[in-house]
Design a protein. Structure first.
Length: 426
């Protein structure tokens, strides 16, 4: 008979260790909740604020489809991006449906670089009009699922103007109707933690004034300055942001051209794939890992127009794919003609990866031995990959069920087990 195991650590020892780690337990629980499992848009479209109309998304979709048709169709675009015939056809039909039904997933009405300094009266009028137009689009069902504004930064010369535009827009929306579920506010050109704390104060006051739930107004931070990556003390301010205003930041967006210019990169070589861009984005990834804050890559200013359509599509498609492979599942688009290459490259990424990911998921769920022995962390990543493909329209729930043997609720639970556990305990 085996001897009864005897533990050496007493209950008092264990309680002492629990006391030592209480602060760590609180930190992990409060500051590292993980992703909340909600949909993340695959892109953000920026337009000058005064150009927005309730029909803008549909207009961009129509223009995107017309551009694709004028250059041989979406299947030809797929082939241009290196897809075989079968994949190109499967992607093309889905992209066509996407451009007809939801061509823009996330839209930002821009009061910053895309609007400029037109004087206070003009910007006041535009901010009020933007709130009214967004409310009308939401009511009509024509607004993208995510929509909001980018206002001017909190540096001294533009701070009061940015705050006034933010105030007028949010106050106008609150007066018109309930705030859109997918409302997003974007704070650009952040250099210090203090600017983000000031933004936290501003939106907290707006919540109080308009009787909104605390935390309702979350915002994105644009990483466009080297000072946010490496501060004067040799630390990384961007890594402090999630903990300075817990739960308030929804995303970090990399700003390709402002950041590159700040490092004296000449215009010809400013790019999403320049080494300085990769370094900044890797720091951003480390800074928000586990916090639930999403990441977005920047844009390319090489636009598919004129004689340069196919070359620009190839560049854009390659950059989109590169970002996806590096864990950046969102990026910026600046022109309707970029939508075909955005969705074609994105859908191919998920469709190409689906069979292998689904097979590994099935083996994991059914505890079947296969060529790869996946741990729970890898299973979460596999499930999250497949779930993103479903959420953006690249793959169907029926395909996931057939290949992986799991329905979407189970897939969501595999991707976000902590969220699933919290739901079951509530």
């Amino acid at each position: 008979m085996p001897a009864t195991p005897t533990a050496s650590l007493s209950p008092r020892d264990l309680a002492h260790i629990d006391g030592q780690l209480a602060a760590t337990d609180r930190l992990l629980e409060q500051n590292y909740p993980g992703d909340d499992g909600s949909r993340q848009p695959v892109h953000t479209v920026y337009v000058p604020a005064d150009r927005f109309t309730p029909s803008l998304a549909a207009d961009w979709g129509a223009e995107a489809l017309n551009t694709a048709e004028a250059h041989g169709g979406l299947a030809k675009l797929g082939a241009l991006l290196g897809q075989n015939a079968a994949l190109a056809e499967a992607v093309a039909s889905r992209v066509e449906a996407k451009l007809a039904s939801e061509p823009i997933e996330d839209l930002r009405l821009d009061f910053e670089d895309g609007f400029g300094d037109r004087g206070d009266d003009a910007e006041d009028a535009a901010a009020v009009a933007a709130a009214s137009a967004v409310a009308a689009a939401v009511a009509a069902g024509s607004a993208p699922p995510f929509i909001g504004i980018r206002f001017k930064c909190f540096e001294a010369p533009t701070r009061s103007r940015g705050l006034r535009t933010l105030d007028l827009f949010v106050s106008g929306l609150a007066a018109a109707s309930e705030l859109p579920e997918g409302l997003i506010l974007t704070l650009p050109k952040v250099t210090t933690v203090a600017q983000v704390q000031a933004m936290d104060y501003a939106v907290s006051r707006l919540e109080e004034v308009h009787s909104l739930p605390a935390g309702r107004l979350r915002f994105e931070v644009q990483v466009e300055t080297p000072q946010l990556i490496l501060g004067p003390e040799g630390t990384s301010p961007v890594a402090q942001l999630p903990h300075a205003v817990p739960g308030r930041i929804s995303g970090l967006h990399y700003g390709t051209y402002d950041y590159s210019a700040s490092l004296q990169i000449s215009a010809e070589y400013q790019s999403m794939e320049h080494p300085v861009a990769d370094f900044a984005k890797e720091v951003m990834q480390l800074a928000v890992a586990g916090t639930g804050i999403r990441l977005s890559d920047g844009s390319t200013n090489i636009i598919p127009v004129g004689d340069n359509v196919e070359n620009a599509w190839q560049l854009h498609g390659r950059l989109v794919r590169r970002s996806l492979e590096r864990g950046y599942y969102q990026g910026w688009d600046l022109h309707p003609a970029q939508l075909p290459s955005r969705f074609t490259a994105t859908y191919a990424f998920y469709r190409q990866g689906l069979p292998a990911a689904a097979a590994r998921l099935r083996n994991y769920v059914e505890q079947t031995e296969g060529g790869v022995m996946d741990e729970p962390a890898t299973a979460r990543a596999l499930a999250a990959f497949v779930l993103r493909g479903v959420q953006c329209g690249a793959v169907g729930a029926d395909e996931v069920q057939a290949l992986a043997g799991v329905a979407i609720p189970q897939l969501t639970g595999l991707a976000h087990p902590r969220l699933s556990q919290a739901t079951s305990n509530s």
